[in-house]
Ligand binder design. Structure first.
Ligand code: MSP
Length: 471
């Protein structure tokens, strides 16, 4: 039995959850369920990132008090997690008092690597980040991710001396001590690391009031990324408690846009604190809508609640875990989603269960469930955290089984009174279905539990309503 610590990026609460936010949660949840089924002990953090200008500006625009605004939106992410069937063990908010106090302690522990200087540069409020002159001119003065002009900011800042840690970070990435997935992103990070300047880790309070005060300097507030990244260890109690039971994280799930913060600033902070680096940084791609980035101005933002309402949470999980690429950008369209639901969930799996249970029940076959375990190919895919491969492997059992039933024609065995052969065939099919179901469990927990229940009962009967009803 091992101890596994899984972390997810904490979304800004400057809006409601969208389908893209589901990716971190779903990947983490599958990995967590897989490890729990393998007998490991899992700690799994999720939470919300609540400080910074971006959140503050939205709160002001909404007319709500900023505290009420963040409370309301943080709760929406919590509700979303629940609706997805995602089960973190911890939920941290960066406005939690424990987190704020621990962040200030982290700052103090890092003080040997912090200096103050004045800075003038181009800042994107959407990214909460300064960009280099080169990036500024390449993007013609407009942030490509947020379509907003960069602001010229000139201010006194505290800096974290990234240069103290560059060599160590590079060697941790190259040696695989801190593995980056997918591998090609490791090369991008090494290039960025080579050019990486020291990072500004504070803002003057006059420019940013909504944040954690810098200890010992009332005029400064902590940079939102320093505050946010710390959540992965403050949630475990650091530095007030010994976190060695759980830290280093087994894997941190993040989107490709924020990998650089996790692969450069975060390791620098950890090294400065004398803590080990996460074992794996797993970065997923973006979910696009009809091939385009979702944006309110284009009007193509897909509401995850609508998708959940359409066919329930297992269908949602299935689509994003199988048809969204684990590592690269992927498209969501209602057509693709409905096809996956009808052809795969309803036909391949739903009908299979219906058919097999009907045959077993009609022919009075006594069936006793056997113990199951994961196939080697599935375990390999899970170890590589390639969740597409893992679910495809599980699904190949379903497809093979449909084929095998069509070929064996058990209904003819029944008609010809070949009871022994029929019992053998149906028992084998049920065993295979339950093996596939065992592997599908981390992906489709609700339906997997239903199938398991059906085949655990004394007298097997078909589900009263189809597992995946068609509209
Ligand atoms: N608050 C920071 C993360 C701090 S982690 C210490 C942040 N928040 S975010 O709300 O912008 O993004 C949260 C997560 O959602 C990130 O992993 C991000 O990559 C992911 N996604 C946001 N939009 C996405 C898509 N359209 N598709 C897939 N994931 C995307 O960054």
């Amino acid at each position: 039995m091992s101890k596994i610590y899984i972390t997810t990026a904490i979304p800004y609460v400057n809006g409601t959850p969208h389908i893209g936010h589901a990716m971190d949660y779903l990947l983490s949840d599958v990995y967590s369920r897989y490890h729990k089924m393998s007998g490991d002990e899992v700690r799994f953090q999720a939470g919300t990132d609540e400080h910074g200008n971006k959140v503050f500006a939205k709160a002001e625009a909404s007319g709500l008090d900023v505290n009420d605004y963040v409370n309301e939106n943080s709760q929406k992410f919590r509700d979303f997690i629940e609706r997805l069937g995602v089960e973190p063990t911890d939920f941290i908010r960066t406005t939690d008092k424990d987190h704020e106090r621990r962040c200030q302690m982290i700052w103090q522990k890092l003080s040997n690597h912090i200096y103050s200087d004045s800075y003038e540069g181009w800042y994107c409020e959407g990214c909460e980040n300064f960009v280099t002159e080169k990036e500024y001119s390449e993007n013609n003065g407009i942030c490509p991710d947020h379509q907003k002009p960069y602001q010229r900011l000139s201010e006194k800042n505290y800096y974290l001396r990234i240069s103290d840690f560059k060599e160590k970070i590079r060697s941790a990435i190259e040696s695989g001590e801190m593995k980056i997935l997918p591998e090609f992103r490791a090369k991008e990070i090494i290039n960025l690391l080579n050019d990486s300047p020291d990072v500004s880790i504070s803002r003057p309070r006059k420019n940013l009031s909504w944040g954690i005060p810098v200890p010992g300097d009332d005029s400064q507030v902590m940079y939102v990324w320093l505050d946010a990244l710390s959540n992965y260890i403050t949630v475990l109690g650091y530095p007030e408690q010994d976190i060695s039971e759980w830290w280093p994280a087994s894997v941190e799930f993040v989107g490709k846009d924020i990998l650089r913060f996790h692969a450069i600033i975060w390791p620098a902070m950890l090294l400065g604190l004398g803590l080990p680096l996460p074992k794996t940084l797993h970065s997923h791609g973006y979910i696009l809508a009809d091939g385009q980035k979702m944006s309110k101005s284009i009007g193509n933002v897909v509401d995850p609640i609508e998708v959940l309402d359409a066919h329930g949470r297992d269908a949602f999980r299935y689509y994003f875990l199988r048809h969204a690429d684990t590592f690269m950008d992927s498209d969501f369209t209602w057509e693709k989603f409905n096809n996956a639901y009808n052809n795969e969930l309803a036909n391949d799996l739903g009908n299979l269960v219906q058919r097999l249970t009907t045959l077993i029940s009609k022919n009075n076959i006594a069936y006793h469930k056997k113990d199951n375990n994961f196939s080697p190919a599935y375990v390999e895919a899970m170890n590589e955290m390639n969740f597409n491969h893992a679910i495809e492997h599980a699904w190949s059992h379903i497809q093979d089984l449909n084929k095998a039933i069509n070929e064996a024609k058990p209904w003819e065995l029944a008609k010809n009174g070949e009871t022994e052969k029929l019992t053998q065939a149906l028992t084998m099919f049920a065993d295979k279905l339950l093996h596939a179901n065992y592997e599908l469990n981390p992906f489709l927990p609700d339906v997997a539990a239903k199938i398991d229940d059906i085949f655990s009962s004394e007298k097997i009967t078909p589900p009263a309503t189809p597992l995946f009803p068609k509209n």
